[in-house]
Design a protein around this ligand. Structure first.
Ligand code: HEM
Length: 437
């Protein structure tokens, strides 16, 4: 039986991260290096309006230890980086050791305990934390996930994990209109880092990728941002609409919609599943569309975020309401109508999307655009209890008949199982799966 869980989490952020060092020192970690870390019972703030203004949050921490991993029910931070990696090792024990190391490093990074490396001459292998030392953890959260390919889906069962693959973790089907770039799609392992400072996010992601050297290599990454003035509540996306209004909030809804519990397999208890889609937006065409038409496409008022025909953002969406001519107030092809739980057997998800802007799209390289523009859009991130009941059927409908689809191109995609959190120092993320025989 593989057992790497009995040694405490420790000094990974202070040690050599080369493959040699990684394997050579795995058994010598020092317990207690994470003493003082906040331990919580999985209760996270869920109200987007409680998000702390970025300018004042640099010294603030979010809990790392808990029943669930962080950055899911956490009030959204302003910045994010999503990283997908491929496992290059063929040894399960090395994957387990990597997860244990990641847990330790993430606990340090999110707590803000990282100290500056003062003597680079002697300690060339010590992570350089100076780049964030005065920036603070800025509410940094990190979570880790497992793609279907880790379980041998579509390839060989190199880690003996196929028997443990959850039924909910299926490869996403091809959807109408998909133009997926393999360089932004799939991966064996995922890291989702969010904070209120872009440098803190990048530092965390890069240190974690560095720790993986020799075991897993970078496949692709994506940065994202959110406008964030806490006083305004739900952030607006690049289309100018509030995005994230209808989301589960509070433990009861999260338990029903987000967290896996009692379902197969037991190692996922307290976990969830993430689906990400990199969605390029035709913002120029959108800006040439009248606000009235935009509102009919989304099904909500642009300024207030209220459902069409209502006045406040959190007013209920009434899909049966008709105007004076007897036509539905929320059009039949409006985005929120088709995506609504009312139209989807009450299935829902927790959306935690970020805007992105990557590069110029030069006209000659893209037949989709008549003029050069930005490769910008929405990095859609949704956590859910079962993607086979939530994202997959809901997006299958949207891809067929959503009025919004003529402004969107899906260029990247990933699904992953997000295992439960590490409950206390000494536990590590993924141990329920990887520590089994
Ligand atoms: C670029 C693409 C997208 C944009 C700009 C967008 C934008 C929006 C906006 C503005 C809302 C209304 C406010 C809110 O409740 O958050 C909304 C709602 C929603 N969207 Fe999207 N969305 C996009 C893609 C998707 C995708 C791919 C899905 C996948 C299933 C999705 C699922 C939903 C759901 C479930 C709701 C809540 C519907 C309700 O119950 O009222 N969206 N979206």
């Amino acid at each position: 039986m593989t057992d790497v869980g009995s040694e405490g989490v420790g000094e990974w952020s202070r040690r050599r991260v080369s493959r040699r060092g990684f394997l050579g020192t795995a058994s010598g970690v020092v317990a207690g290096a994470v003493a003082g870390a906040a331990t919580v019972d999985g209760v996270f703030p869920t109200d987007a309006t409680a998000a702390t203004a970025a300018a004042t949050s640099h010294g603030q921490t979010e809990p790392f230890y808990g029943i669930h991993q962080g950055g899911i029910a956490t009030a959204p931070q302003a910045q994010m980086m999503f990283v997908a990696l491929d496992v290059t090792s063929d040894r399960r024990q090395e994957v387990a050791e990597l997860l244990r190391a990641w847990t330790s490093v993430a606990a340090d990074l999110t707590s803000g305990r990282g100290e500056p490396a003062v003597d680079h001459g002697l300690w060339t292998d010590v992570p350089n934390d100076e780049e964030v030392v005065e920036v603070g953890p800025a509410r940094l959260t990190v979570n880790f996930g497992f793609g279907p390919s880790l379980f041998g889906r579509g390839s060989s069962d190199r880690f003996g994990l196929t028997k443990d693959c959850p039924q909910a973790l299926v490869d996403l089907p091809a959807f109408p209109g998909d133009q997926l770039d393999p360089a932004k799609t799939g991966g064996d392992l995922t890291i989702h880092a969010c904070a209120d400072d872009p440098q803190v996010v990048f530092h965390a992601a890069r240190q974690l990728v560095r720790v993986a050297e020799g075991v897993a290599s970078l496949r692709w990454s994506q940065t994202g941002f959110n406008e964030q003035l806490a006083s305004h509540g739900t952030p607006r996306n690049l289309m100018g609409f509030k995005d994230g209004t209808v989301n589960p909030a509070g433990e009861t809804e999260l338990a029903k919609i987000v967290w896996v519990s009692g379902a197969e397999p037991a190692w996922m208890d307290g976990g969830t599943y993430v689906v990400v889609r990199r969605i390029r937006l035709d913002l120029d065409e959108w800006d040439n569309t009248s606000v009235a038409t935009q509102e009919r496409i989304i099904g909500r008022h642009k300024r207030s975020g209220a459902p069409l025909g209502r006045s406040a953002e959190f007013d209920a969406l009434d899909l049966s309401a008709k105007d004076a001519d007897g036509d539905p107030i929320v059009p039949l092809d409006a985005h929120v109508r088709i995506a609504s739980p009312q139209e989807n057997w009450n299935n829902a998800m927790l959306r935690r999307s970020y805007s992105y802007n990557d590069d110029a799209l030069v006209a000659s390289t893209s037949s989709e655009y008549e003029a050069s523009t930005f490769d910008a859009g929405l990095f859609f991130v949704a956590y859910q209890q079962n993607p086979r009941l939530a994202f997959i059927p809901i997006y299958a409908e949207l891809a067929e008949r959503d009025a919004l689809r003529r402004f969107t191109i899906h260029t990247g995609s990933l699904i992953a199982a997000i295992p439960p959190g590490a409950q206390r120092p000494g536990n590590w993320i993924g141990e329920q799966l990887l520590n089994r025989g």
